[in-house]
Design a protein around this ligand. Structure first.
Ligand code: ADP
Ligand code: MG
Length: 194
């Protein structure tokens, strides 16, 4: 195992440990602040379609925001992991139309939505840096999904403040985000969407 790989895994483990230690009250408070910030974000207001994620294990809970956006008539999408280990975006029509996926994450049923037609993608992750790079769970799901074309899609990283580090030591396949939101701060990486 090379040194960089080990270092990245330490960062992942550290973030996971801190996240696991959050109380229910903390995850709710932080999530609610993040949901509120997303409601006012320019690219979100303009978006016709928004891809979020269904949270597990103390991840930021976006359900309030996603449901609110749905009632405003926006197309809401959630990721689904396919047999070939790739992510597709599928329309979220309500929690009753979801099934538990490979990691116990709720995934919508139905056809895949064209990735190039998504206006905003909210990207989960374990660790983020101020240059817009992130570490996921180490399987590259989002890198593969997002690198299929940087059409004018706004990539917004979602995490808690303690998941920010100075440098995640990105590699070539890592996709750059345009914006990162935590309960405490917002990081602008690419201003083209405002
Ligand atoms: P994560 O982003 O989940 O933290 P990594 O960035 O380390 O994980 O990627 C894990 C693996 O996923 C890589 O070793 C590589 O095999 C694959 N991968 C990452 N980015 C891409 C990409 N853009 N295209 C294809 N495969 C990729
Ligand atoms: Mg990566």
């Amino acid at each position: 195992m090379d040194k960089l790989f080990a270092q990245k895994n330490l960062m992942r483990e550290d973030a996971l440990r801190k996240r696991n230690n959050l109380s229910l009250a903390e995850t709710q408070e932080f999530s609610s602040r993040i949901n509120a910030k997303l409601m006012e974000l320019g690219p979100v207001l303009k978006a016709k379609s928004i891809m979020g994620f269904a949270s597990i294990k103390n991840e930021v809970d976006l359900s309030w925001f996603l449901e609110k956006m749905k009632t405003k008539g926006k197309t809401i999408l959630l990721p689904r992991v396919e047999e070939n280990e790739n992510i597709v975006a599928v329309e979220f029509k309500g929690w009753e139309y979801t099934a538990s996926g490979p990691f116990g994450i709720k995934e919508p049923v139905g056809p895949a939505f064209p990735a190039e037609e998504i206006d905003v993608i909210l990207v989960p992750g374990l660790v983020f840096d101020p240059h817009g790079y992130r570490l996921g769970y180490g399987k590259g799901y989002y890198d593969r999904f997002l690198s299929r074309g940087k059409t004018p899609t706004f990539f917004c990283g979602i995490c808690y403040e303690f998941q920010l580090v100075e440098n995640v030591f990105p590699h070539e396949g890592d996709v750059v985000l345009d914006w990162i939101v935590t309960e405490k701060s917002e990081i602008l990486i690419n201003g083209d969407f405002f």
